[in-house]
Design a protein around this ligand. Structure first.
Ligand SMILES: [Fe+2]
Length: 321
């Protein structure tokens, strides 16, 4: 009997590899994350939300290692272990935060996918300042330099990961069949029978979710394009943008801007090894009944653009190998 897929409950973390964990940590601090744990060979970063970590870096040659998603229950994790593309059984995660895991090898591109459950949650972190509104606090604090807001954004959580593939339809079909993702939008170029990108969201029934937890777009190269991190509000995103500009250390690739399909405010930056990270603020949320749309691709999603060709190759070897 063919095993049934599950409905993942959320994206958990992205796992990258980089040769210098100090430099990676400084970039992620400037980007708006907080250190959760650091070992000799791995860096775990969190946001202000309860997730123990949302970004892992393993020490090694720069690469994309995996995307991780939460199973809703341990029972689901056992079901994943029976998938044809499972490459491990259910096992304890020997990393900070613990939990249990099954590893999958996505068959169209060979991407490593981690399905996790039971990673320890942490107390949420206070957001240490809220930007004052112009007409209230700022006017009250004229003459007080403390009114000036500088510093990184406050990343709260991970929203989505984006991958490129020459096998876009099959890749999206795999995520849909096995992990229960729903189609929100398909972009095409020229005519509707030429789709170039698909945006898929979580299925959490009546609960509202982001426009997409996964975007896969057509490209001759398979790889990882970016991960996207949700900040507090518009002002927080702009303060974070200003901070990253002021460091004069990182490459800004696109933004601040607005994607109409999901009402998303974005700002894209490259880490010191050229892997894209997005500061993000969704202004629209979707339940499982929202119908899929097909629409012409906005220009920047043209697969020949630099933005679409900023791709980080998948690691030749797997997690922690
Ligand atoms: Fe994004």
């Amino acid at each position: 009997m063919t095993p049934r897929g599950i409905k993942i409950s959320d994206i958990a973390y992205v796992r990258l590899r980089a040769p210098d964990l100090d430099t990676m940590e400084q970039f992620l601090l400037d980007f708006g994350m907080v250190r959760s744990e650091r070992t000799a060979n791995r860096l775990y970063m969190r946001g202000t939300g309860p997730a123990h970590h949302i970004h892992i870096t393993e020490k090694g040659e720069s690469a994309f290692v995996s995307l991780a998603y939460y199973a809703a229950s341990e029972e689901d994790l056992h079901r994943v272990a029976g998938f044809p593309d499972a490459v491990s059984g259910v096992h304890d995660v020997d990393e900070p935060g613990g939990g249990k895991r099954v590893l999958l090898k996505e068959p169209n591109n060979g991407f490593n996918i981690e399905i996790v459950h039971g990673i320890r949650a942490l107390p949420e972190l206070p957001v240490e300042y809220r930007s004052p509104t112009w007409d209230e606090d700022v006017m009250r604090t004229v003459g007080n330099p403390g009114r000036l807001r500088f510093g990184p954004a406050h990343v709260r959580r991970l929203s989505h990961g984006v991958i490129s593939s020459p096998h876009m339809e099959q890749t999206l079909a795999w995520f849909s069949q096995w992990l229960g993702l729903l189609c929100t939008d398909i972009f095409y170029i020229g005519s509707r029978d030429n789709p170039v990108g698909g945006f898929y969201r979580l299925d959490r029934g009546e609960e509202l979710v982001d426009h997409h937890v996964l975007n896969c777009y057509r490209n001759p190269r398979s790889g990882f394009q970016h991960a996207s991190f949700v900040v507090e509000d518009v002002e927080d995103l702009l303060i974070g943008h200003s901070h990253l500009m002021r460091t004069d250390k990182y490459t800004h690739i696109r933004g601040v801007g607005y994607h109409p399909p999901g009402g998303q405010i974005y700002d894209y930056w490259l880490n010191p090894w050229g892997t894209m990270h997005e500061l993000y603020l969704p202004t629209q949320r979707f339940d499982s009944t929202a119908p899929a749309n097909i629409m012409p691709a906005p220009g920047a999603h043209n697969p020949t653009s630099d933005f679409a060709n900023t791709i980080t190759e998948a690691a030749a070897h797997g997690i922690g190998d």
